[in-house]
Design a protein around this ligand. Structure first.
Ligand code: FAD
Ligand code: SIN
Length: 526
């Protein structure tokens, strides 16, 4: 089957939904989501969305905090642009129906997180993401120019390659004509042709055994663009959140928001000793990379499986009122956070790198935009400042929409694209070929490419990943496509990019820490 549309939007988190709402007045939108419209990383966001609202905060302070967290690799021009434009886009969210908590004076009740020098995080209790996701989904469902296709999995982008032409990375004239999309109900791969395609497929947390990301975060967009010969950057900067709830076997790991530390919670060893002041003058509110490394180190020294986050000294009523989600979750595990310490461990959380884009979200491939977690804009550098990703997503949704609306008048749908060829493929005989390789990949990445790295670990990881890469490619060639197989293939692809970029960086910087080059100050060679 062939479908045509003006705007093809892949992904239904904050980035895809916001873009869809902005362009829908200017042309037909098909919005693709691989599970339900509601499921996304966005839905699980807790802390909130960072923006300057009141004095004593100001743009300069938010810019400086972002640059410091990014450890010298942020693009200052982009940081200034996002910080300046975020308040207007947050107002847009409010206009779409998102509600942020206010205090008794009617002003926004601002939270604080690691690396922020001021209270500047707008939130909805500790369920900010759910509030945003639900409000935007409601709006999108009401829009008659947006067609929603759930349980549809984007497999590959369509370029000149599918017309039999040679496409090379870094060439300027590669065009995106749409995407091949697997209908998960019929197992058919259909051809979606578009004037403009937007990738907003989110993160890559499932590369690791332990992650705060839901199952959908499998790096599909990054892998698709890499295969289509687009440009990917900064993949070595995988962010581990310092505090996920230690509850072995639970997937995804439940997040214990950094805003809890902003509210006064303190990290302690299981013996009850505070330790963060040893590592940074901001203590528990140091930038995230530093806190995660400190916890990792303390756990290795003590041999403990977790450290503690202590809230017992905080006002119990206010604590329950501000963090009902965390309070109830912990209580379901017999942890009363007003009295008992919360066992926490770091978990894979956010991909700072991704598809390289310009200030309007344009990728290196014409007619292809990438926004949200899947993109690399220059805002985060080597380590993202907490709660900056939701702001980045809405600022770029606005910029990409404005740019796409201007350009769409010059685009035609390419009608010469061949349909997906699945001749000679069969259903894989044994699912174990996929599930075992998935587990092995997660073990390789967790054990060798985690918070602390070394040349030896990276070499080992690459050798092992190459074996499962070959096996998976062979299986892919002869198989009728399934979501799990495509996701495994994409994750291996993303793991490879992380490894190659990590190997090319001969220094420790931000989220990339290697014992072979413990200092900052070399260059990337990838
Ligand atoms: P997502 O919200 O992940 O949406 C991706 C969409 O793409 C999904 O709909 C998915 O189904 C779809 N998709 C993926 N692959 C395919 C495919 N192949 N075909 C079709 N559809 C596909 N950031 C903050 O700024 N503040 C916070 O407080 C905060 N808290 C967080 C808490 C948690 C637990 C997590 C996991 C993240 C948090 N983050 C936070 C990060 C932030 O939530 C994400 O970076 C952001 O929501 C990403 O939005 P997105 O639209 O780019 O992607
Ligand atoms: C959190 O609430 O701690 C997560 C915030 C973020 O990832 O930006």
């Amino acid at each position: 089957m062939i479908r045509e549309t003006e705007f093809l939007v892949l992904g239904s988190g904050i980035a895809g939904l916001s873009f869809a709402l902005k362009v829908a007045e200017f042309g037909k939108v098909i919005l693709i989501s691989k599970t339900s419209l509601e499921e996304s990383n966005t839905k699980y966001a807790q802390g909130g969305i960072a923006a300057v609202t009141y004095e004593p905060d100001n743009i300069k302070k938010h810019v400086e905090d972002t640059l410091i967290a990014g450890d010298g690799l942020c693009n200052r021009e982009i940081v200034e642009m996002v910080v300046k434009e975020a308040p207007a886009q947050i107002q847009q969210l409010i206009d779409w129906g998102v509600s942020f908590d206010r205090n008794e004076k009617g002003a926004y009740d601002l939270g604080r997180e690691g690396g922020h020098s001021e209270y500047r995080v707008l939130h909805h209790k500790d369920k900010t993401g759910e509030e945003i996701q639900n409000s935007l989904v409601k709006r999108v469902k009401e829009h008659r120019n947006i067609e929603i296709l759930e349980n549809h999995f984007a497999v590959d982008l369509i370029t000149q390659h599918h017309l039999g032409k040679l496409v090379k990375r870094n060439q300027k004239n590669t065009d995106c004509y749409g995407s091949y999309i697997l209908d998960l109900q019929t197992d058919q791969v259909n051809t979606f042709l578009s004037k403009i395609t937007l990738i907003a497929t989110g993160g890559t947390g499932n590369l690791y055994e332990s992650t705060t990301n839901p199952k959908i975060a499998t790096g599909d967009g990054i892998a698709m663009v890499y295969r289509a010969k687009g440009v990917i950057e900064n993949m070595e900067f995988m962010q581990f959140h310092p505090t996920s709830l230690y509850n072995p076997g639970e997937k995804p790991s439940f997040l214990i928001t950094e805003a809890l530390r902003g509210f006064g919670a303190i990290l302690k060893t299981t013996k009850g000793e505070e330790f963060m002041q040893k590592y940074h003058k901001k203590g528990c509110l140091a930038p995230r990379d530093i806190v995660a490394r400190a916890i990792d180190y303390e756990m290795k020294i003590s041999g403990d499986d977790y450290v503690h986050l202590d809230c017992s000294h905080l006002n119990a009523k206010k604590l329950k009122d501000h963090f009902p989600n965390i309070y109830n979750k912990c209580l379901s595990l017999n942890i009363n956070i007003t009295k008992d310490p919360i066992p926490v461990v770091p978990a894979a959380h956010y991909m700072c790198g991704g598809i390289k884009v310009d200030k309007n979200g344009c990728s290196a491939i014409n007619r292809l935009y990438a926004i949200g977690e899947v993109s690399s804009t220059g805002l985060h550098g080597a380590n993202r400042l907490a709660s900056n990703s939701l702001s980045e997503a809405v600022v770029y949704a606005d910029r990409a929409a404005k740019d796409a609306i201007k350009k769409i008048v010059h685009q035609e749908i390419n009608k010469n694209i061949p349909e997906w060829d699945s001749q000679g493929t069969t259903y894989p005989e044994e699912m174990i070929m996929i599930t075992q390789n998935y587990k092995e990949m997660q073990q390789i990445m967790s054990n060798y490419v985690g918070i602390v790295r070394s040349n030896l670990r990276l070499e080992r990881a690459l050798r092992r990943l190459e074996i499962i890469y070959k096996e998976t490619e062979e299986l892919y060639e002869r198989s009728i496509l399934s979501q799990k197989l495509c996701e495994l293939r994409n994750l291996i692809n993303v793991g490879y990019l992380i490894l190659k970029m990590a190997q090319g960086l001969h220094e420790s910087r931000g989220l990339h820490y290697t014992i072979d080059y413990p200092k900052k100050g070399s260059v990337s060679e990838f």
